[in-house]
Design a protein around this ligand. Structure first.
Ligand SMILES: C[S@@+](CC[C@H](N)C(=O)[O-])C[C@H]1O[C@@H](n2cnc3c(N)ncnc32)[C@H](O)[C@@H]1O
Length: 196
């Protein structure tokens, strides 16, 4: 029911607003920082559930016309003021109620956000040849910390299954191998391309 959803969204936004009032500056995620050389020189990019928009700022500074969506008005206000002069539009938007339109973006970045039901819409929102950068938390924890609700955590190799229709370019999931004090732990990352 819309009323229930509105109430739930209001609570969720309030929770994130409180965090973002206190948070330090925006940081881009590893999946984008380590693989930014794969980005096209021009085009339209989306940072979905952007939070303070570290990824969106990187995309816009790279020269992409960037859209950033999040439920939290505080995050969007902070991002909009940091993005002055950049080709970046930050908007409050419930991405579950209003997913991106089909064939709309050349690049989509999602970090630390998981709604499995949205994944087909993300694939459809890529233009032919477009790139998805995805990074989020795993259920298997090599080190203590991070979120605990299994609904929002990836099963082993799950990103590969969720985006199996795309052409895989980069994948990293280190599990508990070797020296767990090094590397990228408790998260998996993927870069994949919609066939041209
Ligand atoms: C863990 S934060 C990640 C933020 C950012 N992507 C990052 O990596 O720093 C999850 C974000 O998802 C946003 N979010 C949760 N549900 C959402 C929804 N339905 N629509 C839009 N944003 C949502 C929250 O407001 C929060 O900013």
């Amino acid at each position: 029911m819309p009323t229930t959803n509105n109430t739930q969204n209001g609570r969720l936004a309030g929770k994130w607003d409180a965090r973002y009032r206190e948070a330090g500056s925006a940081v881009a995620s590893e999946v984008l920082v380590e693989n930014r050389h794969l980005l096209p020189a021009a085009g339209e990019a989306l940072d979905l559930a952007c939070g303070l928009g570290g990824n969106a700022l990187l995309l816009a500074r790279h020269g992409l016309r960037t859209t950033a969506w999040d439920l939290s008005p505080v995050a969007i206000e902070r991002l909009a003021s940091e993005a002055e002069g950049l080709p970046l539009r930050a908007e409050v938007r419930d991405v579950l109620a209003m997913p991106p339109a089909a064939a709309r973006f050349d690049v989509i970045v999602v970090s630390r956000f998981l709604e499995r039901g949205l994944c087909p819409a993300l694939v459809a929102a890529l233009r032919p040849g477009g790139l998805l950068f995805y990074q989020t938390f795993t259920r298997d924890k090599a080190v203590a910390g991070g979120p605990s609700n299994p609904d929002f955590l990836l099963a082993e190799n799950e990103l590969l299954r969720l985006f199996g229709g795309l052409c895989l370019r980069v994948y990293r999931e280190e599990g508990r191998l070797g020296d767990v004090t090094r590397g990228l732990r408790n998260e998996a990352l993927l870069v994949a391309q919609r066939p041209a």
